[in-house]
Design a protein around this ligand. Structure first.
Ligand code: BG6
Length: 460
């Protein structure tokens, strides 16, 4: 049986500025929260590796883009680093950054690799974080000006824009779960950050529309499909709440133009409502996107709460559900997450039935593996597990498309093994292996498989 995709399908990979660019002496880049945190909170980063130690896309982009072409990518997503382009967050633009992003975009286009450009991948400029980051409404205006600058500088060539990668994460990881700087644990502050990110998204879309550029604008979301342990009402309630907090909150605001009423009721009951004005509601209601990116890594399995939460503790979505460790689940033990390829099909169906079958693409999907050097044979990582992972996910995606899902492409995370938030280089995700001691980038078996698959528009 051949699993076949349309000839126009976007194939490629995603990356982000902080995770790949690196810093080079004299590049004029300002500090962002990751540059700062990986130095000042170094113990929180695997092996203490800082943002300076990335694959140096800033220096090597020309060769890297050639490597993309070598494995037949027709598209690639990366982000612009706000703190590189506008080192102080607002005001003066760094001309070296303009030159760099112009080179990247031109080089991609010259190699027939469509640039997908994201404006924000978790990387708040430090000067603005010191003013409260997205907790401070003034930062929305700064973000809007930054977005406008990007559209003015690069909008003549970039046709696919994204306002944010995973808007939930800076709020959840930075203000509730103690994983990202500023390591705050406070639900209401997290909700404020999320709300302001959604407003910033809307403002950027509005500016883009006003500029009448010939392209599409959207956002990249992390959707974790939720599965209850059983059909028992208590388990179903747990699943409803997990979905409400972590998915519907953002998805409904972005795709339906309003927050779920149920969410408002729950937050009101627990006195956790962030300030939301009539103007905010209007802005959200009148903003729509052209293209949705979905990052999919894992499912979320939940069951009814076994112990009541401590009412003195910090309010959290986890007050309403417990994680369910399903017997026999298939794990990626390096990352500690379940592998569930059918999740991609379930997401596609949900977009189709609940969100107007909007045009979308898989903007990230991937498997991070620790200790890949053990799989090197004849100089190449023999990552058959990654090929199996790809095949299984692509089969489910293909099935959803046969059933009418408007999926336009698939981007793997990631192109070259990259530095990652907290985990640094522990888990490797790339189609190319990065040798940390020499900087050499060598294609893996999966990269060669992907190339062949792209050239055949599918696989057997
Ligand atoms: C995605 C992010 O959620 O997951 C990427 O957009 C990240 O930036 C990827 O690298 C993999 O996550 P991790 O934590 O395993 O590197």
């Amino acid at each position: 049986m051949k699993v076949e995709f349309p000839k126009t399908f976007f194939w490629g990979a995603a990356s982000s500025a902080t995770q790949a660019e690196g810093r080079v002496v004299g590049d004029g880049k300002g500090e962002n929260i990751w540059d700062y945190a990986s130095k000042e909170y170094n113990h929180r980063f695997y092996d203490g590796v800082t943002t300076e130690n990335t694959s140096l896309f800033y220096r090597d982009h020309q060769q890297d883009i050639q490597k993309m072409q070598d494995i037949s990518f027709n598209s690639f997503r990366t982000s612009i680093s706000w703190s590189r382009l506008i080192p102080n967050g607002t005001g003066k633009v760094n001309s070296e950054a303009v030159q760099f992003y112009n080179n990247v975009i031109d080089e991609l286009i010259a190699n027939k690799v469509e640039p997908f450009i994201n404006l924000y991948h978790f990387d708040m400029p430090m000067v603005l974080q010191e003013k409260g980051g997205f907790e401070n409404k003034e930062v929305i205006e700064a973000y809007k000006q930054y977005a406008k600058t990007c559209f003015e500088l690069f909008g003549d060539r970039v046709k696919y824009w994204f306002t944010f990668n995973e808007p939930m994460i800076p709020a959840e990881a930075g203000y509730l779960h103690d994983r990202h700087y500023p390591y705050v644990v406070d639900f209401k502050r997290a909700a404020t950050v999320l709300h302001n990110i959604i407003l910033a998204h809307c403002e950027a879309v509005k500016v883009y529309r006003e500029m009448k550029l010939a392209g599409k604008i959207g956002i990249i979301m992390d959707v974790i499909p939720v599965y209850p342990r059983s059909q028992n009402p208590a388990d179903l309630y747990a699943a409803e709440m997990a979905d409400l907090f972590y998915t519907k909150s953002v998805n409904d605001a972005i795709l339906k133009g309003k927050y779920p009423e149920r969410l408002r009721e729950v937050l009101e009951e627990y006195d956790q409502l962030p300030e939301v004005t009539e103007t905010d509601i209007q802005l959200i209601a009148t903003t729509s996107i052209d293209l949705l990116g979905i990052n999919y890594y894992r499912p979320r399995r939940v069951k009814a709460k076994e112990c009541l939460p401590n009412p003195q503790g910090v309010f959290s979505p986890e007050w309403f559900f417990d994680e369910y460790v399903m017997p026999g689940r298939r794990m990626n033990t390096s990352r500690g997450i379940e592998i569930y390829p059918k999740g991609i099909y379930d997401i596609a169906k949900k977009i189709q039935t609940e969100y107007g079958n909007i045009d979308w693409f898989v903007s990230e999907n991937g498997i991070g593996i620790e200790g890949e050097e053990a799989f090197i044979e004849e100089g190449i990582v023999q990552d058959d597990y990654r090929i199996d992972f790809l095949k299984e996910h692509l089969m489910y995606l293909n099935q959803a498309m046969d059933e009418g899902s408007n999926c336009l492409g698939y981007h793997m995370w990631t192109f070259v093994d990259c530095w990652s938030w907290g985990n640094a280089y522990k888990n490797r995700y790339g189609f190319y292996r990065l040798d940390l001691s020499t900087g050499a980038k060598t294609v893996k078996k999966s990269g060669l498989w992907f190339k062949e698959m792209i050239e055949n528009n599918g696989f057997d």
